[in-house]
Write a protein that binds this ligand. Sequence first.
Ligand code: ADP
Ligand code: NI
Length: 203
Amino acid sequence: MDTIAQLKLLEKARAFVIKKHEGDKSGHDVNHIFRVVKLAKHIASLVEEKVNLFLLEIVVLLHDIDDPKLNEGDQKLVRKFLIENAVPLYYQVMIEEMIDSLSYTSSKNGKKETFIEGKIAQDADRLDAIGAIGIARVFAYGGNKNRPLDGDSEDASLKHFDVKLLKLKDMMNLEVSKKIAEQRHDFMIKYLKQFRDEVDLIS
Ligand code: ADP
Ligand code: NI
């Protein structure tokens, strides 16, 4: 694909993503996608490896399109989009492979990102789940699902910190991302302490 074709595809992908994610209240609103694009480019500028910025951006833009939380059944919308836009098969295979490996569930099942673009995209997506933004997303998600903030209930939003968010810092692929993650992680720890202190009337 020449540069013009790549730029045109990115433009189409942005429009597709805006349409698909618009109005989502489950923590997958379109701003999540654009924050992750920005963060991924930032990380790419700091790593030593050569990064294919086209591949990186297309992977980030499309990474949540087929998320089961956004769809009924397995629709393979990414594949459809890539085929409809005549993306060469070798790129299609790489893009799908990176998106498949990106999720937390894939990691738990032992799947790893092998391409540098996938490693960056995965780190950037995880960084957007922690820190101040991560806190906001947990409670937005919980609100959307009518879940309690805290308390003993299994589905209390506060439980999601221990279940997942506090683990993400140690799951970063790249040193650069880990540095950003540590700062965001520390902020969550401070926030959780303050939350518990307020519940216990300590402060
Ligand atoms: P991502 O798009 O970052 O991979 P997910 O699809 O796992 O994220 O979830 C979207 C957002 O909703 C995340 O910020 C996550 O913390 C939050 N979330 C997901 N599952 C839960 C849950 N069970 N309770 C509270 N928040 C959740
Ligand atoms: Ni995401």
